[in-house]
Design a protein around this ligand. Structure first.
Ligand SMILES: Nc1ncnc2c1ncn2[C@@H]1O[C@H](COP(=O)(O)OP(=O)(O)O)[C@@H](O)[C@H]1O
Ligand SMILES: [Mg+2]
Length: 388
């Protein structure tokens, strides 16, 4: 008897202890829920609120009050679509937001929302469905951040980037136009020199020679000498005028094409500069559209002038090849290299790219090609151009 009573008593105590523990756990849970509620309530930087499955607001924190301007009394029981612009409401965005959150377990988006005072703010929102243990959607939580300042900043950056793009585009157009005008002007000057001054000089020379023939026997040797000297000077001017005219625009370029024009030009360059220049043109290299031939000629002209002026190299080489419909042009020297490569400690020199190199790049870009300057390691200073 006594034993059974003892057992029952122990069971009753254990039962009581269990109940007490469950109660304590419940209290602790409630306290932690309450703390969590207070935590959410106290957050100022985020509007946090909950909704029922239809989007009717059921809770409202102080951040929501601060960001949207409504007190909880004003919005609890209202549909959250009231914060959307009328255009967004018309295209059914609030409903879509809840649908996506329900189907995908999460919705995140950005857009304009309306404050109580009617002003707009750019929001970043995250909507998450709240489910019971069986997975039924009990409602949604929504966290909204006011990103207006960042949005305005991003818009301004975007605007500036667009302006910059436009400015660059017009600069490129201007450069292209400038190069075109320069080519036309050189061609015109070359013709003028050749047909104008060149013809007059040739006539002058002929006159001098016939004068010499006519008076040679009758005038003093000193006068004869002066006449011969004049003829020599006239010949020199004729030669120089012709060289100048041909350098401005080689007639061979239009008539015979790049191959002949380059052989003539490189021959003259070797003579004038003393730089041993190798010119290799692939056998399949045929005639190309005029503007392409002119561009390639100008690039080579500018490059070898640079080699002469800046590299100190005794040698130069020019390779020109045609591969399918691509032109590959490589120009190299064995000189001191670009200042930035040779002396990286001088940062200012690195920025010094004259109009020569800029012009080459522009010509190639205009033709849809690719410009590499200087070529990496190995040779000192190289231009590579691939107009297509
Ligand atoms: N082949 C080269 N070797 C060494 N430096 C070069 C060579 N080509 C160009 N440079 C450097 O690049 C600079 C810019 O060249 P460029 O644009 O043609 O302008 P410019 O010839 O009028 O100075 C030159 O001043 C020179 O310092
Ligand atoms: Mg130059």
């Amino acid at each position: 008897m006594g034993l059974i009573a003892e057992k029952e008593k122990r069971r009753a105590v254990a039962h009581l202890q269990q109940k007490a523990q469950a109660f304590e756990t419940e209290v602790a849970l409630r306290q932690s829920e309450e703390r969590f509620r207070l935590l959410v309530e106290g957050i100022q930087d985020y509007a946090i609120y909950s909704m029922d499955p239809h989007g009717v607001i059921t809770s409202w924190n102080s951040g929501a009050r601060r960001i949207k301007g409504y007190t909880s009394e004003e919005v609890i029981g209202q549909n959250f679509s009231r914060f959307y612009t009328s255009e967004d409401v018309e295209r059914g965005l609030p409903g879509k937001v809840l649908q996506i959150a329900r189907e995908e377990g999460h919705y995140e988006g950005e857009g304009w929302r309306i404050r109580k005072d009617g002003s707009r703010f750019w929001s970043n929102v995250v909507v998450t469905p709240l489910r019971d243990e069986a997975g039924n959607v009990l409602g949604f939580s929504k966290i909204t951040r006011d990103m207006t300042e960042r949005k305005l900043l991003m818009d301004r950056i975007q605007e500036h980037a667009e302006e910059l793009d436009k400015a660059q585009e017009s600069l490129r157009r201007l450069t292209a136009r400038l190069l075109q005008v320069q080519d036309d002007e050189r061609r015109r000057l070359a013709r003028e020199l050749h047909d104008g001054a060149g013809q007059i000089l040739a006539a002058l020379n002929m006159n001098l020679e016939s004068l010499q023939d006519a008076v040679k026997e009758q005038i003093a040797p000193s006068l004869n000498q002066r006449l011969a000297e004049s003829i020599r000077l006239a010949n020199q001017v004729i030669k120089e005028t012709r060289t100048l005219s041909y350098l401005l625009h080689p007639p061979l370029l239009d008539e015979a094409g790049l191959r002949d024009a380059l052989h003539w030009f490189v021959g003259g360059f070797i003579e004038r500069s003393g730089i041993q220049t190798e010119l290799e043109i692939s056998p399949n290299f045929s005639r190309l559209p005029r503007e392409l031939e002119t561009a390639i000629f100008r690039i080579i002209q500018e490059s070898v002038t640079n080699i002469h002026r800046h590299s100190g190299s005794p040698k130069a080489s020019i390779h020109l090849a045609l591969d399918l419909d691509e032109v590959l042009l490589t120009i190299s020297d064995q000189g001191r290299g670009m200042p930035s490569v040779a002396a990286p400690e001088e940062p200012k020199s690195r920025r010094k790219l004259g109009v020569g190199i800029a012009g080459m790049r522009e010509r190639i870009l205009q033709l849809g090609g690719c410009f590499v300057f200087p070529l990496p390691a190995g040779s000192a200073s190289v231009y590579q151009a691939t107009p297509s």
